[in-house]
Design a protein around this ligand. Sequence first.
Ligand code: FAD
Length: 472
Amino acid sequence: MIRKIKPEFIAPYLRDASNFSGGNAEEVVIPESSDELADFLKKETRPITIAGAGTGLTASRIPSGGIIVSLERLNKILDKGPGKVEVGPAVSLNELQKFLAPTEWFYPPNPTETWASLGGNLATNASGSRSYKYGVTRNYVDEVELLLVDGRKTSLKRGLRISEPLTFTDGSEINFPDIKYQSPVCKNAAGYFVQPDMDWLDLFIGSDGTLAIFTNIILRLAPRPDDFVSGVLFFKEEHSCWELIPKIKSMVNQNIDPCSLEYFDHNALERLKSKYTNIPDYSRAAMFFEQDVAKKCDYDGVLENWYEFLNAEEIILEDSWFAQGPKDVQMFQNFRHDAPVLINEENSRAGRVKLGTDMAVPDEYFLSMMELYRETLNDNDVDYIIFGHLGDNHLHINLLPEDSQGDKAQNIYDTLVDQILKWGGTVSAEHGVGKLKKDYFAKMVGPNGLKELSKVKRCLDPQNRLGVGNIL
Ligand SMILES: Cc1cc2nc3c(=O)[nH]c(=O)nc-3n(C[C@H](O)[C@H](O)[C@H](O)COP(=O)(O)OP(=O)(O)OC[C@H]3O[C@@H](n4cnc5c(N)ncnc54)[C@H](O)[C@@H]3O)c2cc1C
């Protein structure tokens, strides 16, 4: 086991992509195996924070004291037979994609940050542009090995319901507490996932490093589509873009069946112009779409369907981009990824902690949500960009206040949260609550919800030592 105690070696673990500063830890511990980690945990009494790859956006891996456990040495990838792969928690999405590239299988969730670790993806239940059709990380986890903070270990398979006890290798058992709380029904990554008679596995996925440590993961894969029809459409009016979404959704059983439907507002496009000079000047909004094509021979038919549909909707096609091959498909994915990257870089240059929303609402409030965003943001002079997942009614607003506008930006965020919660939405659909969205999460679930979720935490970590400061 490697142990780092010098401040300069600890410092890189005190950062993530949120720009949050002020974390501290006594040491970083890097186990070589899960058994070594289990032995260590059995003797340890200090608070523990798990480090993944540090791409998180909510400061959830940044501790205030105690020790950091980095699982960077648990990085093996093994083929587990058709449609299955076994990964150590430190394996990145990039490494997994490279491993699968020569095979006929692929891992559908594609959070755009491919340097993230799969352990981190499970802890945040990460999702991405293709989650609209394929679903979130949770849908692709079949089995995990996990450790509690006291060193107890279990191998947890899909199918073990919370109505049954969770059993550990030392023979001890834990029962799920009797609570009434249930997670919202829209896309959601805020707080613990709780649904009646769910699997234990689903509780741990998305628990923001607070309930257990993933030390091994078996993922379910899907057959790789032969191709993707993929394009970026530009709009003179924001409304034309927004109004297309319910229409696309209503076409799902009529050959228009996208896996990605992503948004860029005019401020995002202005930033992206620094890299993509062919964005038309008139663009007030853009939509990136992808539709998976199982068999190459169906490609032309699917493309034709999109042309017909878009023509009927009078969408300008002359300046739109349509992929001509896998390179373009990747280029459009990069285009999507560059929106948050450019903003995170802008925040870093300004020394600004990320003030980004991650809210989603049920389908029926999609257009009202877009109106709310436009009106609230236009009524204020705080700079912002909007991008994200139109298909899931899940947009990211990044507020970019000047030094003197901090309170104003916070007020805008508060106003938006209040309305989104009235519509039965969530304060985090993808990045998790971490340390930055705790107040909003408390608002979302109320005092009783917090009390009930604390019972869940207590039954797995009674001394509150794991991921202290996240969620609750
Ligand atoms: C440019 C950019 C784009 C992004 N796009 C997306 C996106 O499209 N979708 C999306 O969902 N997210 C996105 N993210 C956020 C981020 O990539 C995800 O939250 C990711 O899952 C974090 O993984 P990580 O390995 O970096 O975890 P870290 O940031 O290191 O940690 C995140 C949390 O996971 C816990 N954790 C890590 N490993 C384990 C483990 N083995 N066991 C238990 N807990 C663990 C940590 O304690 C912490 O609470 C983006 C980030 C950036 C910078």
